[in-house]
Design a protein. Structure first.
Length: 336
């Protein structure tokens, strides 16, 4: 669940004794959807043996993808690359209905690891399309999640890639317009886009609940709490990870003097530390904590030994494994 920023955490961050320190965001790293997807690949490899094919990167993180490849996962871009009769898993970002049809045509056994929060947006798109709404999907053109959601109702969906797109948006009936969003966006930029859409379409309908996932929001809140107390913010995450990229933007918007996205400690430039006494550290929702630990170790070697936690929320959400895996695991155990 999202949480209201804790003023005491920000106060602690700003009143700490002078000297080199690290403000470590909490929560950070794996969200429930990513954890579920990664475990699903591992369980599939244990259950069925290698190879298990995965359509697109299971999550947007180089380290995770390479680790799973070593265990026997094969990542492909298109369903046609999967040999007929094989097992294919769909990534956490979700796929359009046509992809399920392609898999069926190739006699593929499918495991759907789509994050349940992405599935929620898909269902909203289907529902509003059935009610003949024009759906304004706020998100990044070409991102796997946006492609998958758009595929649910392509004739009803218009992609709005930020506030600058709003003037060009056209709808059939201004009394039947709804907005949905990609789950991994900047909350602030999304709401700016929504505000502009509402100015243009006063009857714009909002989804029943936030589309931006709880984990994305919580990680952004933690970075905001660091605010201008951090001279430098290091975000651990891959460049194709939307939520990780947004964290860099949020850090700069919150007053950090500098912010950078790195896959691991090896990508940190020592020159970034010039004049820096406080480093903020966080990671995107698809990043295992071992990579953050590597950055902490690197910072320790460069004199940043004092670590303070900046806590934004408690996270206890978990998601069950994809139903296909649960079914086969139950069958193996002889349970109903």
């Amino acid at each position: 669940m999202t949480a209201t920023p804790d003023p005491s955490a920000a106060s602690s961050a700003s009143s700490s004794a002078a000297g080199k320190r690290v403000l470590l965001a909490s929560p950070r790293g794996y969200c429930a959807g990513v954890d579920r997807a990664v475990i699903a690949v591992e369980k599939a490899l244990e259950q069925y043996g290698a190879p298990v094919y995965v359509r697109h990167e299971i999550v947007h993180n180089k380290y995770v993808v390479k680790t799973l490849e070593k265990k026997g996962a094969i990542f492909v871009e298109e369903t046609a690359e999967v040999p007929e009769g094989s097992i294919v898993m769909f990534s956490a970002h979700g796929v359009a209905p046509v992809v399920h049809e392609e898999a069926a045509a190739r006699n593929l056994a499918t495991i759907d690891a789509t994050c349940p929060l992405v599935t929620k947006v898909h269902r909203e798109a289907v529902r509003y399309a059935k009610e003949d709404f024009d759906i304004l999907l706020i998100g990044h053109e070409g991102h796997e999640e946006v492609v998958g959601t758009s595929g649910e109702a392509p004739e009803h969906i218009t992609i709005v890639d930020g506030p600058a797109d709003v003037p060009d948006v056209e709808v059939r009936d201004e009394s039947k317009v709804v907005w949905l969003s990609q789950t991994t966006l900047s909350v602030d930029e999304t709401m700016e886009t929504v505000d502009r859409l509402k100015e243009k379409f006063p009857q714009l309908v909002s989804p029943p609940s936030d589309d931006i996932c709880y984990a994305t929001q919580n990680r952004q809140i933690a970075v905001k709490q660091m605010g201008s107390a951090a001279d430098l913010v290091i975000v651990v995450g891959s460049k194709n990870s939307s939520n990780s990229v947004r964290l860099v933007e949020v850090a700069l918007g919150a007053g950090a003097r500098d912010a950078h996205l790195v896959d691991s400690a090896e990508e940190i430039d020592e020159a970034w530390l010039d004049g820096v006494t406080t480093v903020g550290l966080t990671s995107g929702a698809s990043v295992p904590d071992v990579l953050v630990e590597g950055v902490l170790e690197w910072l320790t070697h460069h004199g940043f030994e004092d670590v303070e936690i900046v806590k934004a929320a408690e996270e206890s959400i978990t998601f069950s494994l994809p139903k296909e895996l649960r079914r086969d695991l139950r069958a193996e155990l002889g349970t109903s």
